[in-house]
Design a protein around this ligand. Structure first.
Ligand SMILES: Cc1cc2nc3c(=O)[nH]c(=O)nc-3n(C[C@H](O)[C@H](O)[C@H](O)COP(=O)(O)OP(=O)(O)OC[C@H]3O[C@@H](n4cnc5c(N)ncnc54)[C@H](O)[C@@H]3O)c2cc1C
Length: 431
């Protein structure tokens, strides 16, 4: 039921949000509870037109707007004191084209909603990350990725979009609009509202999972082969006996996980679904979209930095040294993944095949000294960062590390000259 408009607009005109589901001064928190805000209005549009009407209302009345996907970011990218536009109901896969290998979907569509309709059309997302709860617009906005040297982030697959900009206009971007498309591929919600997106997809495929628990020496010995020979290769290196448990990683009872990794390999496999599907833990075989998503039930906060893959081994061992010797109190595993370079103006993978290093801490604990040391050490590797995960990047650092930064800021100012879609965090970085 839409809530009653209990307050009129500040100008005294009738409240144009009256017919749209919304609430006033309702506290919002993200997935882990680490970020919160109390917007003046939380608006839950059911249709694209309601989202458009809300943004036009905001522009008229002088409210800033931030879009909300699934709230799975750890950075202050969603907060606003103005209008929080919760896009979760503006969701649907709106079209597939098997010949062109394309899918179109509304911005609030959850990644997990793509699997079945794509499969029916003979298609699949090229790659996926550790969970599939995020909205596609949220995933695109922060450069969300899976692992595999042959695959870019979700953003690298964006081929078109309809964006509601800060002028209140709906703008259609296609592959011909190279500059705007590269800006839209990763934009941290600052160009406007992603109403609908078009992604490049691949013919559908099945995956064979293989989970192993090698010692670090074993991982090191097969480093190049593991990275090159697997569609998806990633590992979570455990500094402590209890590390795996913090991410709920199933490990053999009789195996000490200290200095071992929980290692994932996913490779394509020909599968007859009537006989070949397997749900056996550690060696599942199924449709790709059923294999990728794990589950993280216990909340954590995560920092994620990106180094040039050519320096990956050196960076991983420097992280291990830091975790073992300077911060032995830190228990969470070090997750390591790979992402192919792309062209997004502020994509962390722009022009650089990347190795991803992620570390976490428990909500409610003070682990800033650790994060500061990780940041300082990885600066020596010219590390970029995940826009949705904890980082300490400043405007100056971003300008130095992201070659497309100035161009991005120019496009952002064209789309939203009055900063309708900025909050304090994004203004400091991209204002
Ligand atoms: C348990 C967990 C697992 C994760 N796993 C991975 C992983 O494997 N790989 C990875 O790269 N990241 C991962 N992440 C990070 C996550 O993918 C990103 O933070 C992503 O942005 C979250 O999407 P969301 O829908 O929750 O967006 P939100 O966090 O709600 O929003 C993120 C940004 O997108 C903007 N936005 C949302 N919707 C729109 C819209 N319609 N139009 C314009 N802007 C919009 C928001 O304003 C904000 O700036 C994980 C996070 C968690 C909590």
């Amino acid at each position: 039921m839409p809530s009653e408009p209990t307050n009129p607009s500040p100008t005294g005109r009738p409240n144009p949000l009256a017919g749209i589901d919304h609430s006033l001064h309702q506290q919002w928190t993200n997935w882990s509870g680490s970020q919160s805000a109390t917007p003046a209005y939380t608006v839950r549009p059911r249709t694209e037109q309601e989202a458009i009407d809300t943004v036009r209302f905001a522009i008229r009345e002088g409210y800033p707007v931030r879009a909300l996907g699934a709230g799975h970011s750890f950075t202050p990218v969603v907060q606003t004191g103005g209008i929080l536009l919760d896009m979760q109901h503006v969701s649907a896969v709106t079209g597939t084209d098997a010949e062109k290998r394309r899918v179109r979907a509304l911005g609030g569509t959850a990644i997990r909603e793509f699997g079945p309709p794509l499969w029916e059309a003979g298609l699949s997302l090229a790659n996926q990350g550790d969970v599939d709860h995020q909205s596609i617009a949220g995933a695109l906005s922060t450069g969300t990725h899976g692992s595999g040297t042959e695959f870019g982030s979700f953003s690298s697959t964006l081929k078109g979009a309809r964006i509601l900009n800060g002028h209140g206009e709906v703008v259609e971007i296609t592959e011909k609009d190279v500059r705007e498309l590269r800006a839209a591929q990763v934009a941290v919600g600052t160009l406007g509202i992603l109403l609908e997106v078009e992604l490049e997809v691949v013919p559908r495929y099945h995956l064979q999972e293989q989970i192993t628990y090698p010692t670090w020496e074993e991982s090191r010995a097969s480093w190049d082969r593991d990275i090159a020979d697997n569609r998806h290769y990633s590992f979570l290196w455990c500094p402590h006996e209890g590390s795996a448990e913090l991410y709920e990683l199933p490990t053999p009872d009789d195996l000490s996980m200290v200095n071992r990794s929980y290692t994932k390999r996913y490779n394509e496999v020909e599968l007859d679904e009537s006989t070949g599907v397997s749900a056996e833990k550690g060696s599942r075989r199924d449709r790709a979209y059923r294999i990728y998503p794990g589950g993280f039930g216990i909340p954590f906060h995560e920092l994620e930095y990106y180094v040039d893959s050519r320096h990956a081994l050196e960076a991983v061992e420097a992280m291990q040294d830091l975790m073992r010797n300077r911060h032995p109190e830190q228990q969470y595993p070090l997750e390591v993944r790979w992402v192919k370079q792309d062209e997004g103006l502020i994509s962390p993978f722009q022009g650089r095949d990347t190795t991803v290093l992620s570390v976490s801490g428990a909500p409610g604990t003070d682990y800033w000294p650790y994060l500061l040391d990780v940041d300082a050490m990885l600066q020596g590797f010219d590390a970029r960062a995940h826009w949705g995960k904890i980082h300490l990047l400043t405007r100056d650092r971003v300008a130095e590390l992201y070659p497309g930064y100035e161009e991005f800021v120019a496009v952002r100012r064209e789309f939203d000259p009055n900063g309708v879609f900025l909050n304090d965090h994004t203004r400091a970085l991209f204002g």
